[in-house]
Design a binder for this molecule. Structure first.
Ligand code: ANZ
Length: 839
């Protein structure tokens, strides 16, 4: 038999055995052993798995399988993040219900796309976020959040796609255009349901301090997203308007003597209120143009445009009059929506001042040398032109001036977060309906939990021409009665952002069939937090914020015992081809199913884990995969050719080693196993483990010709059996196949324990000594032992039976047993004296 020709058969046959033997099932209520929750971020069922999926689940699987070998109770589930626009768009195009499209794709991915790779998913825990059994509890969560004051409805500025007739997230607007429709998006104010995630901003920020198992870059992106800033709010009274002041937010109160203007965001309440009659037309035009741009574009604009309002404000510390401008680089929903301009020390303000011919007034000088004149000096330094604060280091002045501002009652110290509340309304069909009812008096009422789920209608008409979600056109969905007084109501027709599903799915895996609760708390207590969470950071940052928010929320209402949901987050790099992320439009996609058909799942899995740390991007290379395939073929033929008929192949005992060769071979195995544990559990250096597998094959090959007596063959067989467990972390099919067939096992390799590492042997093997054994005055044998071996261990070895020694002791009692040692060489001689009189 030839591996290359039969790999497909080998792999599918072994998968059938796993299914028959139900080996991936985990009993979530058993508390006999430690738990280990491993989770690869669940996929969007688009129908085609990509290499990223294979990498994510290969990482998770290696971790899961090792934990399992080590006797832990392991949950490694899979589900489908099934709601969202692509399913809906496909439905519109092909005139099928999105649920049908989704179902087909899930089957495809569960089967040939991802299932084919043989990950140890417990499919009894599978979930689909678009099933009523799941989204009922997304709706429940919405109501729970509402019950605890986390949900509100407000007018907010949104990105509106006039073709797709929906709100888009900032990420879905590319160069000012809708990612799907390609038409310029509009900024609109709309009534939206939002979650008060900002009330957890401080907690989410502080929680990051307690996550040593997250990479620095993952922590940094979270911090960047939350954006905690310590600063001051300062009031600048408007000239000629008693009682009216523009409040600005600044992180640099030390620069307040350098302020030469004030700038409002176009949408700021004061903008059109303050503007003078002369400036009105110009400002109104400017505002109109600005609100049509997206926030991202406004920030990116190189030109710092703006227009004067014709009005002035007073610097509260100097009493100086300064002009008030409007500019679109000031964002309405950050800080107070108004800033003080310090051109000398802020680069954007510098560019703005040049354009508007405003004063540039230096108030901080470098400690040594001169600042450049063609850009802002943004670092800290020494205070100048700042009254009584002159000469102070700016860091110190920051505190002193803030205190001064508070004493004068013209401002206060504040902490601001860049994080925004989470707007969750989507004007779309394929999502969880928001369980709210609009009463005739215009107030909102929740659907009672007992009436959940609010079901998505099965027969819908995607009348695109109407430009509305099918829900808004479906009378039977729309019409409802108030659960409190029976009056007619209309249902909310917006559905929830799909990030809501992924924000709590990890708990549902613990209880996917529960019809009475989202999940049993006892199970959350046992299983959360997730021990290893695997996924690409590129898409995951936003998800992780929402996931952590829901986790903190559930904890805050006493529903779950832990705040943070993830102990270790493994953010993997991307697999690229020709230097770019694989994508259909680039035509550089390598399909996992094609590769598995050609080379087998094991080779693909091993390949994506090799050579580079998993955190880095890797360049796809067919020849690398082919090489892995050849390597596995050589492992296969090595194992199938080595003495498989021998009786020893079915022995499972851990041999004790009496000769240097055996000690060395065993020590190599134990070292590999211990390194593997360390590299996977602590360092996640999977590629180092793969390299270790390669070099261990050389060790095995070199050992075979010297396995020339029964004891050595016993050792070799034991080493080969146990090496399979290391291989199995990446290549489970091959390993289990060889285990069952070469070593005539009638059980699955994965129910075996991990390599029984003997640390003493490893220690001793690092310094093996050849020690003469003297029996009744004559030198009879040599032992290979570790230099540090104890008298007791030596005695036990000899009592355990060594034919060359037993022959001379000849059944007599050992009267004296002396071990001679030297400090440099350790054991030097073993001297045995037998008692001749006592047989
Ligand atoms: C004056 C100043 C002087 C500033 C200076 C910086 C340097 P972070 O750190 O990101 O929180 N800012 C405040 N609100 C803004 C808004 N709505 N839109 C755009 N910019 C805004 O940024 C805080 C700084 O960003 C604030 O401190 C303010 O500029 C600006 F030498 O005030 B600063």
């Amino acid at each position: 038999m030839n591996y290359s020709e039969t790999v497909g058969e080998i792999e599918s046959e072994i998968q059938r055995s796993w299914e028959r033997e139900n080996i991936d099932y985990v009993d979530l209520d058993s508390t006999e052993t430690d738990k280990c929750y491993v989770l690869g971020m669940f996929p969007y069922p688009s129908g085609n798995a990509h290499m990223g999926h294979i990498l994510v689940y290969s990482i998770a699987d290696a971790v899961a399988r090792l934990a399992r070998f080590k006797g832990r109770s392991v949950l490694n589930p899979i589900g489908w993040d099934a709601f969202g626009m692509p399913a809906e768009n496909a439905a519109i195009k092909n005139k099928v219900h999105p649920s049908q499209w989704t179902r087909i794709n899930i089957d495809n991915m569960r089967g040939p796309q991802i299932g084919r790779a043989g990950f140890s998913f417990d499919l009894t825990k599978e979930l689909d976020t678009s099933s009523p059994e799941f989204y009922k509890w997304s709706q429940w969560l919405f109501l729970k959040l509402r019950e605890h004051g986390q949900v509100y409805r407000a007018n907010s500025w949104v990105n509106w796609d006039p073709i797709d007739q929906t709100v888009l997230a900032n990420e879905q607007v590319i160069d000012g255009k809708g990612w799907r429709s390609g038409v310029p998006i509009e900024r609109r104010q709309m009534e939206q349901w939002s979650f008060r995630i900002t009330s957890f901003a401080e907690a989410l920020w502080n929680g990051l301090d307690e996550l040593p198992g997250w990479s620095e870059r993952a922590i940094a992106t979270q911090r960047n997203w939350i954006g905690r800033s310590e600063g001051c709010e300062i009031e600048f009274p408007v000239v000629g308007e008693t009682g009216l002041a523009v409040t600005v937010f600044t992180t640099r109160p030390d620069t307040v003597y350098g302020v030469t203007s004030i700038t409002l965001a176009p949408e700021h309440d004061f903008t059109l209120k303050l503007v003078t009659a002369d400036a009105k037309a110009k400002v109104a035009n400017y505002v109109q143009a600005a609100i049509l741009k997206t926030e991202i574009d406004r920030q990116a604009d190189a030109e710092k445009s703006g227009v004067p309002t014709g009005r002035y404000a007073l610097n509260p510390l100097t009493g100086e009059q300064i002009p008030i401008f409007v500019s679109d680089y000031v964002l309405v929903n950050y800080g107070t929506g108004a800033i003080m301009n310090v051109p000398a020390h802020d680069q954007r303000d510098f560019e703005f001042a040049i354009k508007q011919s405003l004063d540039i007034r230096t108030v901080i000088q470098p400690m040594i040398g001169e600042a450049k004149s063609d850009e802002a000096f943004v670092s800290d330094g020494v205070m100048v032109a700042s009254a009584e604060f002159n000469g102070l280091p700016s860091v110190e002045a920051r505190i002193k001036i803030a205190e001064h501002i508070e004493n004068l009652k013209v401002g206060k110290r504040v902490v601001r977060f860049r994080l925004r509340d989470w707007s969750v309304s989507r004007q779309r069909f394929w999502g969880a309906p928001i369980p709210m009812l609009l009463r005739q008096d215009g107030t909102w009422e929740p659907v009672p939990v007992s009436q959940l789920p609010v079901i998505l209608p099965p027969n819908v008409d995607f009348d695109v021409a109407a430009g509305k979600s099918p829900l808004a056109l479906d009378e039977s969905f729309l019409r409802a009665t108030s659960p409190t007084d029976g009056t007619p109501c209309t249902r909310e027709t917006d559905t929830m952002d799909t990030f809501m599903c992924s924000a709590w799915y990890a708990w549902r895996f613990l209880d996917p069939l529960n019809a009475d609760e989202p999940f049993r708390q006892s199970r959350a207590t046992r299983w959360m937090p997730i021990d290893y969470y695997v996924g690409g950071l590129e898409h995951a940052n936003q998800h992780l914020i929402y996931f952590r928010y829901i986790s903190h929320f559930l904890h805050s209402i006493g529903y779950t015992p832990t705040k943070e949901p993830v102990t270790r987050f493994l953010d993997n790099g991307m697999i690229q081809k020709n230097g770019f992320k694989m994508s259909k439009s680039r035509g550089n996609v390598v399909r996992p199913d094609d590769m598995m058909t050609k080379y087998g799942a094991d080779a693909l899995r091993m390949y994506v884990m090799s050579d580079t740390p998993y955190t880095r991007d890797r360049e796809w290379d067919d020849s690398g995969l082919a090489a892995k395939h050849r390597f596995l073929a050589s492992v296969w033929s090595f194992y199938t050719n080595v003495d498989s008929s021998s009786q020893l192949s079915i022995e499972r005992v851990q041999p004790s080693a009496t000769d240097a060769w055996s000690i060395k071979l065993l020590a190599e195995l134990y070292t590999l196993a211990a390194d593997t544990e360390n590299n996977i559990e602590e360092r996640q250096s999977f590629h180092v483990v793969v390299a270790g597998i390669h070099s261990f094959m050389n060790v095995l090959r070199a050992a075979v010709p010297e396995a020339n007596d029964i004891q050595r063959v016993r050792v070799l067989s034991f080493v080969m059996q146990n090496f399979l467990k290391v291989i199995a972390l990446f290549c489970p099919h091959l390993a289990d196949h060889l285990w069952r067939n070469v070593f005539i096992a009638n059980n699955c390799l994965f129910i075996e324990g991990w390599v029984p590492v003997d640390n003493d042997l490893v220690l001793n093997a690092t310094s093996v000594a050849t020690v003469p054994v003297q029996i009744d005055g004559k030198r009879r044998h040599e032992l290979s032992v570790g230099k540090e071996i104890s008298d007791e261990q030596l005695r036990a070895m000899i009592d355990g039976g060594i034919p060359q020694i037993d022959r001379f002791v000849d059944g007599r009692r050992i009267a004296r047993f002396v071990v001679v040692r030297t400090p440099e060489r350790g054991v030097k001689l073993v001297n045995i004296v037998t008692d001749a009189r006592q047989p």
